[in-house]
Write a protein that binds this ligand. Structure first.
Ligand code: IPE
Ligand code: IPE
Ligand code: MG
Length: 235
């Protein structure tokens, strides 16, 4: 359950962040799109710290969607190269007790990335600090298809299949419910992010571009979340 802190803020237990707007950030400055991704990676590192400062238990960052492979190969290659650095940063953060979980299908990623993902996951598995999930080659629809395939492979009797069964087979199994989804960049859509998990999340859309996302923006989003009246279908 979300917690109330000293500032009278209701702190979401699990925040999902769609890290969008890197390309537009670069374009505004006459820079190549990849420069936006480099700044975006910096914003990611800082944001983990902000979430920790606010006492957020779990944060999921949308880094690369199953649809992002459509982009020019040079951009995809540059993003993949950056992930390798993201993972080196993640490795450092494991020493500060952060626990890393990767959501999505790692199959099409390079062997080097797969290896680093395994190292970071294993190294932080017992950590008790903030849970930091990174969604790479993640798609909400793919998440559901993957869960259904696993349920069938396990021969789960049809009468035993309910919403909980599905939840327990998603990439997010065991994580707290998603309370808040933040999307910077001005777009107001999920773009296939956590479509099952965000069924009752609150959505905060912000005009800031992801590389410019600061602690103040996170605070504004949490303030907005605190003002929402969540009813979950009740009254
Ligand atoms: C998000 O920024 C990063 C990824 C999707 C990998 P974009 O690259 O989508 O930036 P815009 O939306 O073009 O500005
Ligand atoms: C969503 O952003 C994916 C990530 C931020 C990783 P996109 O830029 O791919 O989304 P669309 O294309 O604007 O919907
Ligand atoms: Mg975008």
């Amino acid at each position: 359950m979300p917690e109330i802190n000293d500032d009278n803020l209701t702190i979401p237990e699990h925040i999902g962040i769609i890290m969008d707007g890197n390309g537009r950030w670069a374009k505004k400055r006459g820079l190549p799109r990849t420069a936006g991704h480099v700044q975006g990676a910096r914003a990611f590192r800082k944001c983990v710290g902000y979430c920790r400062d606010f006492g957020v238990k779990c944060v999921t960052f949308y880094a690369f969607s199953t649809e992002n492979w459509k982009r020019p190969k040079a951009e995809v290659d540059a993003i993949m190269k950056l992930f390798s650095q993201y993972l080196d940063d993640a490795m450092k953060m494991t020493e500060e007790d952060a626990k890393f979980i990767f959501l999505g299908n790692p199959e099409p990623l390079s062997d080097e990335l797969k290896k680093k993902i395994k190292i970071v996951t294993d190294a932080s598995a017992e950590n008790k600090g903030i849970i930091c999930c990174i969604a790479i080659n993640y798609g909400g629809r793919d998440d559901i298809v993957h869960a259904v395939k696993d349920i069938i492979a396990e021969n789960v009797p049809i009468d035993n299949i309910n919403e909980q069964t599905l939840s327990e087979h998603l990439y997010t199994k065991g994580l707290p419910e998603v309370d808040l989804i933040i999307r910077p960049s001005g777009e107001q859509r999920l773009s296939n992010f956590l479509i099952w998990q965000a069924a009752y999340a609150e959505y905060v859309f912000m005009d800031v571009l992801w590389p410019d996302f600061e602690k103040e923006h996170l605070k504004n989003a949490i303030e907005e979340f605190s003002r929402r009246n969540r009813r979950f279908g009740g009254i």
